[in-house]
Design a protein around this ligand. Structure first.
Ligand SMILES: [Zn+2]
Ligand SMILES: [Zn+2]
Ligand SMILES: [Zn+2]
Length: 258
């Protein structure tokens, strides 16, 4: 029998009940119920598809293909972060000389700092920390603290998380405070998307599709709204509009806001 008709995992003939993943692997539908999925590439973790994989003590699940490219050292993280500051600048958002320290952390610390529970729809892989004191909506003191990123992410995914967090940093340094979560996260996901559009690696298409189809009301809807606004005006102008109006520009803004 032609191998195209065999399951890529157990090699038994594929019936009607089969599944094809983003990477073109076709397998019996049942395998997805008991095999773990790689946090980064979404492949089912097994010998045949990914040469196995790892579950880190912090709960992160990574296939062997992705794990080989994992970022574990701060030195390497800092180099990649610098690349991503440049990429954010290509998106039209320049951090200039602003200081953005980075730390690689495990899941426990990430969750502890984020004040979010682990069962929310969005996968928590990075976090931006700043200190803001305000009295009656007026900011009286602020200090940018750091970016935290999950330790061990493969390089390309690290970059994706990094540009998202750098966009939060840009918004903070720019002094745009008290944005709704949907607008701020939507803009940061948009920065990820604009970077992905310039990338050639196969993961880029996979991640773009995930962003476009994300059902989350904040990260998914916020991003899709921001992407629509890009039809009206480029990102730096959109940022100025949001800074003044604390909302996404509508169609009229294109005519009135210069
Ligand atoms: Zn099978
Ligand atoms: Zn993987
Ligand atoms: Zn975010």
């Amino acid at each position: 029998m032609n191998s195209a008709h065999l399951c890529s995992i157990c090699r038994s003939p594929l019936g009607k009940k089969m599944f094809q993943d983003f990477w073109g692997n076709r397998f019996c539908i049942d395998h997805q119920y008991y095999l773990d999925q790689c946090t980064s590439c979404g492949r089912l973790i097994c010998e045949a598809l990914t040469e196995g994989g790892f579950r880190y003590p912090d709960g992160l699940i990574m296939c062997s293909l992705c794990d080989r490219r994992g970022i574990f050292s701060v030195e390497r993280a800092e180099i990649l972060l610098k690349d991503m500051r440049y990429e954010l600048k290509l998106n039209g958002l320049d951090l200039g000389e602003a200081e953005v320290p980075i730390r690689l952390v495990d899941r426990n610390e990430l969750f502890r700092r984020s004040r979010r529970s682990s069962n929310e729809g969005h996968l928590l892989l990075g976090l931006t920390r700043g200190m803001l004191s305000s009295i009656k909506d007026k900011v009286v003191d602020k200090r940018f603290m750091e970016i935290l990123i999950q330790r061990g992410l493969p390089d390309e995914q690290f970059k994706l998380v990094a540009i998202h967090e750098l966009c939060h940093a840009w918004i903070f340094y720019r002094g745009i405070h008290h944005l709704s979560l949907k607008i701020e996260e939507g803009l940061c996901v948009l920065s990820e998307y604009l970077w992905l559009e310039r990338q050639k690696m196969p993961e880029a298409e996979f991640w773009k599709q995930q962003l476009l189809e994300n059902p989350d009301l904040i990260y998914g809807d916020g991003f899709r709204q921001a992407l629509q606004c890009l039809q009206l005006m480029p990102l730096p102008r959109m940022m100025r509009y949001i800074e003044e109006n604390k909302k996404f520009p509508g169609f009229l803004a294109k005519l009135l806001f210069v």
